[in-house]
Write a protein that binds this ligand. Structure first.
Ligand code: WQD
Length: 323
């Protein structure tokens, strides 16, 4: 009953791996460490290798008696995917095909896939349900949509059983401050807010304050990384108990603006976060937040952590990184 966690040394993979081991589940982590951190893997074997190495995947599945895979391993920067698309097609899509071939060769046919709300692109409106149009706006998002389809078709042709989890904006750090996001390899808002708050960077650039939103700034659905980890455990158990193949949104269902993130940070900081208003970022939609009712109905999952818990955990994680 071992779970193979690809990308288990990454931001969400390490939180999920740690939750699984704390629940007494047997796991083995496969990570290339190209962008992961070996120190974020606790109490589980870490195999340094590539998901594209099908023979290695098969060997690992047989050696550890793997019964399910949680697949996090992928590049995830929208901007990088437009300047170096070949990396994304090769690592994300071909890597997933090779991973599936490797696990099926060992008769492992349950997979929980780390997908993304980025597959919706720039939606006409929010909240977004799973029936909303798939319209990727960059190569990264296109690879996630393609990986979903590859997995679905392996379900049709080989009986692969799967859940695809479309994360909205993953944020925050572990409540005990042990795991968090590496602000050196992310362009996401909250780590950048913390950099500005801690004077590690210049003022935060608020990318657009002329959107048709409550305060003119971009709105997103920020979901705590520990809530995401919980969703993966529920998705594993859902498959184990015979649930049909499933694609679900993972979000809070609440839209939060950039200015609201700044004011929540100021509550922790005790003073204003240095920031400036700058032009919109090309391709950014005004508002993206989830209709998360399907995850509640099928997996019994809903986000439990508040925005303030996201901000508190992120702030203290990044503060501790400075000491
Ligand atoms: C959030 C908001 C920006 C930076 C993410 C990523 C990826 C995906 C989810 C995994 C927007 C504003 C940002 C800054 C700002 N998850 N912003 N100043 O754009 O929703 O995309 O979607 O697949 O994590 O693709 O996240 O954090 O970049 O931006 O004002 O310096 O913050 O305009 O409104 P985004 P983000």
């Amino acid at each position: 009953m071992t779970i193979l966690v690809t990308g288990g040394a990454g931001y969400i993979g390490s939180q999920t791996s740690r939750l699984l081991t704390s629940l007494g589940r047997e796991i083995v982590v496969l990570d290339s460490l190209e962008r992961g951190n070996a120190n974020s893997v606790f109490g589980a074997p870490l195999v340094i290798g590539d998901i594209a190495d099908s023979a290695l995947v098969t060997d690992l599945c047989l050696k550890y008696q793997v019964t399910s895979v949680i697949h996090f391993a992928a590049y995830k920067s929208a901007g990088e995917s437009m300047s170096q698309p070949e990396m994304y097609w090769r690592n994300n899509v071909q890597g997933t095909v090779n991973l599936i071939e490797g696990m099926l060769a060992a008769n492992v046919n349950h997979i929980v896939f780390s997908s993304s709300a980025a597959v919706y692109g720039n939606p006409q409106s929010s909240p977004i349900s799973e029936a909303s149009a798939i319209s990727p706006a960059n190569v990264y998002a296109e690879t996630k949509a393609t990986m979903e389809r590859v997995i679905r078709w392996y379900g049709e042709t080989h009986g692969l059983r799967w859940t695809s989890l479309r994360y909205f904006n993953a944020a925050g750090a572990s409540s005990d401050g042990v795991l968090g996001e590496n602000w050196d390899i992310t362009t996401n808002l909250i780590p950048l807010v913390m950099k500005a708050a801690l004077n590690v960077s210049g003022p935060l650039q608020v990318l657009g304050n002329d959107y048709a939103t409550k305060d003119g700034t971009g709105i997103r659905d920020y979901v705590h990384v520990e809530d995401l980890a919980d969703a993966h455990v529920k998705a594993l158990d859902y498959l184990q108990s015979g649930g049909p193949n499933l694609t679900v949104n993972l979000g809070t269902g609440v839209g939060t603006s950039v200015l609201e993130i700044l004011s929540a940070t100021e509550k922790v900081l005790g003073h204003a976060v240095p920031h400036e208003f700058a032009p919109r970022r090309l391709g950014d939609p005004a508002a993206v937040y989830a209709d998360a009712t399907l995850a509640k109905r099928t997996l019994g999952w809903s986000a439990q952590k508040s925005l303030q818990q996201i901000i508190d955990s992120a702030f203290h994680w990044h503060l501790n990184q400075l000491s």
